[in-house]
Design a protein around this ligand. Structure first.
Ligand code: F0G
Length: 458
């Protein structure tokens, strides 16, 4: 059947067109860290899918009806109703973004000596666990380590390993089990309902709360309908609800599947836990009916949540991601398989075998994409996850050297992905031209956001 994209652009933003010389200068100024490049020097910005999507005309229309009163604004009730339609928890607290939700909920569940177990903690999530003096333990399923396999649910948590920790000597220290859906740190791979069910049963039998980090709950639900036997006839909304029903609580950055530039929520059943979170939210974010968000944003979120589970929208998102993955592979660059929805993960280690992990091949590819094409993205490899010594030399590499091309929602189209493919093909024609990197400045925490690097001249 001929394919019809289910929306058109109603307002457009011209993108900067730059020269290679300008980009080389920018990279130098930025300490060769894409996070430091001003956006007006970036042509295609694939750094994040968070808060970077396009809002719809209905979101804009609802925003005009915002009620900005301090307490109990109409916008809050519309927001809460839209959340509760998907998330069946007694208590819903809005906050300004996902990491605020993490900080508040984790402060109530964790503390020094406690352990948080996850399929994979996202970077800021891990930071929010560790700043409480707790330990963040990742237990991805074994299938996750084969980047090329077509296993449908490589985002799952390793259930056997989870049981072992809970019934082992450290079991009493586990304060939460956190399932990240989809698994961003693990290649954007989905988590099956069967895996959430099993994790839920294990969590209950050990009296440990199961929490969803549900930033991409709609994309996970869509991939369940596409890949998990028994769910083909379910609506994405019913699958999403089922996932939330299985957990005791959730945090969700709504900068992704809330189709909004800001916002998040904490949702829990337990009234005592909700009470503790509420005090923290009032003290640090805002009153419980706005949590640091304007009525304008609450309306954008309410409408975004009504739109995001539309099967036509989600099918389009899948199609875009698969197309970008195909463009990359046609250019001779392998991607983590099967493609998820929010990003395509390039296997830089394989493309640049002349660079050992100590020369950060993922980072080298990310810098090359900017230099050659004005494309901004970030590495997920040894620069982010590796261990350094006091001289900023790599002593323990990451398991993989990846680069994430994140897909902002409803922004780019096929012509942009073809362009990415063309730039990748240029790089892949002569990969040895891509220089390795050394770190010149590395803060101890959240290094990849703030470090400076320089190319190693051959
Ligand atoms: N959890 C996951 C799985 C995330 O991907 C993010 C953000 C957060 C929590 C934090 O939410 O940004 O609203 O504070 N991920 C973005 C990304 C930044 O690019 O993947 P936030």
């Amino acid at each position: 059947m001929p394919y019809l994209r289910p929306f058109v652009a109603a307002v457009v933003r011209p993108i900067p067109i730059t020269t290679r010389e300008q980009r080389i200068q920018e990279l130098d100024r930025a300490g060769h860290n894409p996070f430091n490049i001003p956006a007006d020097m970036v042509s295609l910005d694939l750094l994040s899918d968070s808060g970077t999507g396009a809002v719809s005309i209905d979101q804009q229309a609802w925003a005009q009806r915002a009620d900005e009163r301090y307490a109990g604004a109409e916008s809050f009730y519309r927001f809460r109703e839209a959340v509760r339609d998907i998330v069946p928890y007694r208590h819903i607290l809005p906050v300004h973004q996902g990491r605020a939700a993490e900080r508040v909920l984790f402060s109530a569940l964790l503390g020094p000596g406690k352990i948080s177990i996850s399929n994979t903690h996202f970077d800021t999530t891990r930071a929010n666990v560790e700043r409480l003096g707790a330990q963040a333990l990742d237990l991805p399923c074994p299938e996750a380590s084969d980047l090329d396999s077509e296993e449908p649910f490589k985002g799952n948590i390793d259930l056997e390993a989870l049981k072992n920790v809970l019934s082992g000597p450290d079991g009493h220290r586990v304060g939460q089990i956190l399932l990240t859906i989809t698994n961003n740190g693990g290649g954007g791979q989905p988590v099956s309902i069967a895996n959430i069910e099993a994790a839920s049963a294990i969590a209950r039998s050990h009296g440990v709360p199961l929490i969803l980090d549900a930033a991409r709950f709609a994309e996970n639900a869509w991939l369940v309908t596409r890949r998990e036997p028994g769910y083909q006839d379910w609506t994405p909304r019913d699958v999403a609800r089922r996932a939330f029903e299985l957990a005791d609580g959730a945090i969700a950055s709504l900068k992704k599947d809330g189709l909004s530039p800001e916002g998040a929520f904490i949702g829990v059943h337990d009234s005592e836990l909700a009470d503790r979170c509420e005090v923290d939210v009032i003290a640090t974010e805002g009153f419980r009916t706005y949590g640091g968000l304007t009525g304008h944003t609450l309306e954008i979120l309410a409408q975004g949540l009504r739109e995001v589970l539309d099967p036509h929208y989600l099918a389009d998102r899948e199609r875009e991601a698969s197309f970008l993955a195909e463009c990359a592979r046609n250019a001779g660059v392998s991607t983590v398989q099967p493609a998820g929805l929010h990003g395509i993960y390039l296997n830089a280690g394989r493309l640049l075998p002349h660079l050992g992990p100590e020369q950060f091949p993922g980072h080298a590819l990310a810098c090359a994409l900017y230099r050659e094409g004005g494309i901004r993205c970030s590495e997920l490899g040894s620069l982010y996850l590796g261990e350094l010594n006091e001289h900023n030399q790599l002593v323990k590499p990451a398991p993989f050297e990846l680069v994430r091309l994140a897909l902002p929602r409803r922004v780019y189209d096929h012509s942009h992905w073809e362009y990415v493919g063309e730039v990748l093909a240029e790089i892949a024609k002569d990969p040895e031209q891509v220089p390795g990197y050394r770190i010149t400045h590395a803060p101890k925490v959240l290094r990849h956001f703030r470090c400076r690097t320089e190319p190693v001249t051959l």
